[in-house]
Design a protein around this ligand. Structure first.
Ligand SMILES: Cc1cc2nc3c(=O)[nH]c(=O)nc-3n(C[C@H](O)[C@H](O)[C@H](O)COP(=O)(O)O)c2cc1C
Length: 370
């Protein structure tokens, strides 16, 4: 009974995104592992880390958040970059290994903004408004204490950030050979700081209602599209919660979500990656629709990747039924890098065990199996 249910699961069905074929609906969520060199170049250890997910049957991997420029983008010490050719060539070895193992891999491009806590290029931080971020720096990424108050970005800083995303995307495709690009618009980092009501108090064209606050993400999407051309899959990751405010909800509720998903559908984005704590739950009230269902309603043709607590196959199937095209596993993939193969063979999955993330969330030998 279990055997047949698992083998027939919708998570194991094939799909395509912009001409890229995927053997199943299972992808690895982006996960920062601060294991690059001091110069931001990917290491052999990172190659092994990514390769094992492809070997384990995940048809798509999204990298950890990669910094985009040598100004204000780097967020964590040990984070890899795509801000120069050497970093991009380092990524090429990772991409080649993933391809050789039968997987596809998208680069997640990120700018930390006010949450930067380990930038090797600058001692200060920037953000949409000069407001101290909520919460505390992340200890498992070498942080300590409160976040600094950022300097309000001027037009030149904003142009520099946009250009950084575009240049990093070009290096990702032309040098590293990634299959696509994901713009990190979620989880409290720079683009989400512009998107969020209480971190963006700007009176200029980058602030205002939810549509205006999405403006920087849309500008980045445009610049990235221009840099990589029409054929490359490009998408945007969005969330409600943030690393420094886990319970945040979009202030404009379902009406705001309609504005956002319509705008993304009209942009040049091919996909949206939605992350919630539990992706199947109503997004704003006890009984309303999930963010995935709202995206499907307002952006009928957009490819939707759903993330959040989906390592339980029943929940993953439920979210595919609600309109997602693919699911992404974070903690479930760390614990079971071979989740797709185990599931296809109706084997037993290991329960979530995340000792590897403490005290520092880098890549451990035990995790790699040597
Ligand atoms: C160690 C770790 C690092 C993460 N780093 C990132 C990141 O770099 N970019 C990102 O968008 N999300 C990041 N996340 C969030 C995950 O992509 C995912 O949204 C979260 O783990 C919830 O999914 P899950 O329930 O499948 O674990 C990270 C999560 C973990 C556990």
């Amino acid at each position: 009974m279990t055997v047949h249910a698992a083998v027939a699961s919708s998570v194991l069905s094939a799909t395509t995104l912009k001409g890229l074929a995927f053997a199943n609906r299972l992808s690895v969520a982006p996960m920062t592992r601060i294991s690059a060199t001091a110069e931001g170049v990917p290491t052999e250890r990172m190659l092994r880390y990514y390769e094992r997910f492809a070997r384990g049957g995940f048809s798509l991997l999204t990298t950890e958040g990669i910094y985009t420029d040598k100004a204000y983008a780097q967020t964590y010490k040990g984070q890899p970059g795509l801000a120069d050719r050497q970093q991009a060539e380092g990524w090429k070895t990772v991409v080649d290994a993933v391809h050789a193992a039968g997987g596809r891999i998208f680069a997640q491009l990120m700018h930390g903004g006010a949450l930067a806590q380990g930038n090797g290029y600058r001692g200060d931080t920037v953000g949409p408004s000069a407001l101290e971020p909520r919460g505390q720096q992340m200890v498992s990424y070498h942080g300590e204490g409160l976040y600094a108050v950022p300097r309000e970005m001027d037009e030149a800083n904003i142009a520099e950030a946009i250009a950084g995303f575009a240049q990093a995307a070009r290096l990702a495709i032309e040098v590293a050979g990634f299959d696509g690009v994901e713009i990190h618009g979620a989880n409290g980092y720079l683009l989400d700081q512009f998107f969020t009501d209480y971190t963006n108090r700007r009176q200029d064209r980058w602030g205002g209602d939810i549509g205006k606050r999405l403006g920087l993400s849309l500008a980045v999407l445009d610049a990235v599209r221009e840099a990589v051309g029409d054929e490359v899959p490009v998408g945007l990751r969005l969330s409600q919660g943030k690393v420094n405010d886990l319970r945040h909800k979009w202030a404009e509720g379902e009406e705001g979500a309609a504005v956002v998903f319509k705008a993304v559908a009209e942009s040049t984005a091919d996909f949206v990656h939605l992350t919630e704590f539990e992706a199947w739950q109503p997004a704003f009230s006890e009984t309303g629709k999930s963010l995935v269902a709202l995206a499907r309603q307002h952006a009928p043709d957009l490819f939707v990747i759903a993330n959040g607590g989906l390592h339980d196959i029943i929940r993953a199937e439920q979210v595919l039924d609600a309109g997602a095209n693919m699911i992404a596993l974070g903690r479930g993939a760390l614990t079971n890098p071979d989740w797709p193969r185990i599931t296809a063979a109706s084997g037993a999955l290991r329960p979530l065990a995340l000792d590897m993330l403490s005290p520092i969330s880098d890549i451990k030998d035990s995790e790699l199996g040597y």
